[in-house]
Every structure is written in C-alpha cells, then in structure tokens.
Design a protein around this ligand. Structure first.
Ligand code: ADP
Ligand code: MG
Length: 291
C-alpha cells in the first residue's frame, strides 16, 4: 500500500479523493510543479487598478510571479491587501487583467479560483474555533456527493468512500504542517502560530498551485516563526507557489526568493531581498524620508 504522504502528493490520488473538476487543466507531476512550463507564469497581472472613490489603491500593477516564493512588501496603505483581494477574487479590479497559469481569471469568485488551484488562506473564524482541527480540514474540502441528502441516499457507497478518502487527505495535510498530533484538539485551543499552520493545512486540502498569504507571521510567537517558515518552504519545495505579504522583513528575508516592493499603489522595485533593501527609494518609501 502507498503511504499516506505519497497519496497526498500523488495528484491522481488527490484528484480522485476530492472529486476534482479540473479536467481541462494539466496536472503537474509532484515536485516538478508548473516550473516545468516556465514559459507561462503562475500568476500575472497587467495594468491592474482599483479605485475607491477618488483614491487609487492599486494604480497600474504589472506583476509576474516566476519564483517559488515571492514577497510583497511596502508601507501601510501601499495597496498590498487590495492587490491580494483582487487576485483572490474577493474584490473586482477597476481596470486591468489577472492571469493564473495563462488563463484570465478577473471575473471568477474565490471558490472557482480555489478549484483552479489559486487559494488564499483565511483566519479561522469563531464558528470554526469550536470544531476540532480535523473537522476544520474536512470542512475545507470542495463539494462532495454527501453534502446533499439526495447524494447521501442515492449513493451511500460513494459517500462513504469519499469520506474515507477525505479523512486520509486531511491526515496527510495535517502531517504536512506538523499538526497531526493535534487533530482532535479544538481549533480554538491552538496557539497563534498553530492556527497559521491550520490555515495552511486548510489551503493544502484544495491541492493548491499558488497560495496567497497576508501577513502570516502576525500573532505568531518567535519560537513558532521558524516552524512556519520551514512549513512554507517545504510546501514550496513540493511545487506550491507562494505570494506573501509580510511586515516582518526578517520573515521575508528568510522565505522569499524574490521581493516586490509596493508604494502608493504601484510596484516601486523588485529583486532579491538584498537588492530591494539596498534601494534608496525603498528606504524612503518605508521611512517616509527624502534622500
Ligand atoms: N474597501 C475600501 N474602501 C475604501 N478605501 C479602501 C478600501 N480598502 C482599502 N482602502 C484604501 O486603499 C489603500 C490601500 O489599502 P491596503 O490595500 O489595505 O494597503 P496595505 O495592505 O498595503 O496596507 C489605503 O489608503 C486604504 O485606506
Ligand atoms: Mg494590508
């Protein structure tokens, strides 16, 4: 028998387990990811803009993700969260285009994007806090046959198989983020850092190709930061791309292969962490100083 971990990263097993509807898209081999098809970037925005009344929160952003882990930094109000909201389908752009693996996705809602492999993490809500860690993962998966009464009565065998497969998938996801030993703990009892790991595991349930994170280190104790970094790095090594907004520049330095700096709704500069932090314009944008 295959081990659970292998099943998790075997896309065929994963697709079977979750009743995947992504038949129109090629499935990457584990580990190879979409980097193999390097001519098509995982994510691309063209002249993306978002206006709130007279304020242009995002003012013409061309972003191309071509590294496994990309950081998005910049001062408060730069437009980082707005950009992530648009890419994740939470908000509509005023102008411009977003492409995910070459496909225009500007009009798709979050659940459709998740089905394509573009997943944003969300804080564990109050309702989910009262459920166990494992239950949280089972709720994170896409629609199943057993979710309608008709499905339950018409196809009980299929529902049971789906349940068993979902639990295996959930177990693999929890092992992936080192939370399996807490599977039966209420989500509300987890520390800030463990909750971030649970958010990641919920994203992993959706077989993501790109995960969007908005300030993953916020509320995480220093001792847990390293575990969080290792977990994200491990997922990236398995072929999951990341776009990460983070205030803590040490986290960005430790994680990101590429960093984009945003200020006043635009990409000011991009490059390695060392390159962008050596840029006088970046220091100015952060500190509000004129050189
Ligand atoms: N829903 C909204 N309505 C009006 N203004 C908004 C809204 N969301 C964000 N803004 C404004 O857009 C700008 C960018 O905000 P945001 O994207 O949250 O920046 P960041 O995440 O970089 O701190 C800010 O000036 C903010 O006040
Ligand atoms: Mg923000």
């Amino acid at each position: 028998m295959r081990s659970v971990a292998n099943t998790m990263w075997d896309p065929v097993a994963f697709r079977a387990a979750e009743g995947d509807s992504r038949d129109e898209l090629p499935v990457p081999a584990p580990g190879a990811a979409s980097r193999a098809r390097s001519n098509v970037p995982l994510l691309e925005t063209r002249n993306l803009a978002k206006r709130y009344g007279g304020l242009e929160a995002v003012a013409g952003v061309d972003l191309v993700l071509s590294h496994p882990i990309t950081g998005l930094i910049g001062p408060n109000g730069a437009g980082k969260t707005t950009l992530l909201n648009i890419v994740s389908g939470v908000e509509r752009a005023s102008a411009g285009e977003v492409r995910f693996r070459g496909r225009a996705i500007g009009a798709l809602p979050p659940h459709r994007l998740a089905a394509l492999g573009l997943v944003r993490t969300f804080q564990i809500s109050r309702e989910l806090n009262s459920l166990t860690v494992l239950e949280n993962l089972l709720l994170a998966r896409p629609h199943q046959a057993g979710e309608s009464l008709f499905g339950l009565f018409a196809r009980p065998g299929r529902v049971r198989r789906e349940e068993a497969a979902a639990i295996e998938t959930a177990r693999a996801a929890l092992q992936r983020v080192n939370l399996w030993r807490l599977a039966d703990a209420p989500a509300g009892s987890l520390s800030g850092g463990q909750k971030k790991l649970l958010e990641l595991a919920r994203a992993v349930m959706l077989a993501p190709r790109l995960i969007l994170l908005d300030e993953p280190a916020a509320g995480v104790a220093p001792a847990m930061e390293e575990i969080l970094i290792d977990t994200i790095r491990g997922l990236a090594a398995d072929g999951v791309g990341f776009l990460i907004i983070e205030h803590d520049l040490e986290i960005i330095a430790a994680l990101c292969d590429h960093v984009c700096v945003m200020a006043a709704g635009q990409i000011l500069t991009e490059g390695s962490f060392a390159e962008v932090t050596a840029d006088a314009r970046v220091v100015e944008a952060y500190l509000g100083l004129k050189p």
